[in-house]
Design a protein around this ligand. Structure first.
Ligand SMILES: [Zn+2]
Length: 346
């Protein structure tokens, strides 16, 4: 190469490099500004350092030892200054935390299962031991699945706009989990033992005992030779497992989709039957509705009602949670105020 550079010229360039880079680093007042300085002086592609490195190659061989040392010293020096500046610009968390040591510590919430979900989990666990599986279905349903297939007469008041939320003429928000009974019967041949937890929706304003959206659990058993004795034995077993050893009673009731129908009460856990505010002085608390599946429901799902029979039940886990904890207002459960719900965490 014809280009020649003397050692003195090279050392002058190195000195200029240090002399310019160091004040620039000291003047950078933000991480972005410092990054700009770094690119200008130490950048791999266009920086001063690269030019110096190229100039090193143009020196006479005997000068390269001293030149290389000066070059490396200057680079180490500038890189060190850059790192020091970088550290001083980074926010110091220790400094902030110590600014006011009397500040209260932040409360860290621990996740927990909602009281309504606790009830659902326990009910599912008890029925799983009896061979039940869990079935789920859509919350937006056709009126046929929600009403027609379940033996609701065409003029039943539950279908009215006052009670049911319609998305369109053909789609409703399900008012109970019972449509999943029909969907299960359509999809699987008997014997069937399923538990159906899920949210349901009604055109109810919030008040102490109603919510527009709430959880339900239903159970369905269909097989040959199923009778009311199976229903009573299974639900009594459930009540004893869930509430601890307790008395139960069945009262005649009416639902379009079961015949005969019965509601099951358990002895009030608070007063043990002598009467109190929780049981409205009756000594009993209503837990669930039940009955033998109406033959019309089996037939609408394509199940031979001459050969098969079944029973079903439905309960409201929120009501159960209210009774269990003596909570007076269902809105407390659904307001999602963690300070309230935290009491029941476990
Ligand atoms: Zn009572």
């Amino acid at each position: 190469m014809a280009d020649s550079l003397t050692l003195d010229e090279f050392l002058a360039r190195v000195a200029a490099f240090s002399a310019e880079a160091r004040p620039a680093i000291a003047a950078a007042d933000s991480a972005d500004a410092l990054e700009g300085v770094r690119a200008k002086y130490l950048g791999r592609n266009h920086g001063w350092l690269k030019d110096l490195s190229a100039a090193l190659g143009q020196l006479p061989k005997e000068a390269r030892g001293a030149a290389g040392k000066a070059f490396n010293d200057a680079r180490t020096d500038v890189e060190g200054a850059l790192e020091t500046r970088q550290a001083s610009l980074a926010p110091s968390s220790a400094g902030v935390a110590l600014a006011d040591p009397t500040m209260p510590a932040r409360h860290a919430w621990r996740g927990a299962v909602h009281p309504v979900s606790q009830v659902i989990d326990e009910v599912v666990a008890i029925f799983r031991e009896l061979g039940f599986t869990v079935a789920l279905g859509p919350e937006a349903e056709s009126p046929w699945y929600n009403f027609g297939s379940l033996n609701f007469p065409a003029d039943h008041p539950a279908m009215d706009l006052h009670d049911t939320l319609y998305i369109s003429d053909d789609v409703v928000l399900r008012t109970h989990t019972s449509p999943v009974q029909v969907r299960t019967l359509q999809s699987y041949p008997p014997p069937i033992r399923v538990l159906i937890p899920g949210n349901v929706h009604r055109r109810d304003p919030f008040d102490p005992s109603h919510a527009p959206t709430f959880a339900q659990i239903e159970g369905l058993v269909v097989d040959e030779g199923i009778s009311f004795a199976d229903l009573k034995a299974t639900l009594t077993h459930f009540a004893n497992r869930f509430f601890g050893s307790t008395k139960t009673r069945f009262r005649p009731s009416y639902f379009p989709f079961t015949e005969p129908s019965a509601e099951m009460d358990v002895l009030c856990g608070v007063c043990k039957g002598s009467g109190c505010g929780v049981c409205k002085q009756s000594g009993w608390v209503e837990i669930l509705g039940s009955g033998l599946v109406h033959p019309a429901v089996l037939e609408s799902a394509g199940v031979d009602s001459e050969r098969y029979s079944g029973w079903a039940f439905g309960m409201g886990p929120a009501r159960t949670a209210l009774a269990r904890h003596g909570i007076p207002d269902i809105r407390l459960l659904y307001d999602s105020d963690v300070r309230f719900l935290d009491q029941f965490a476990r």
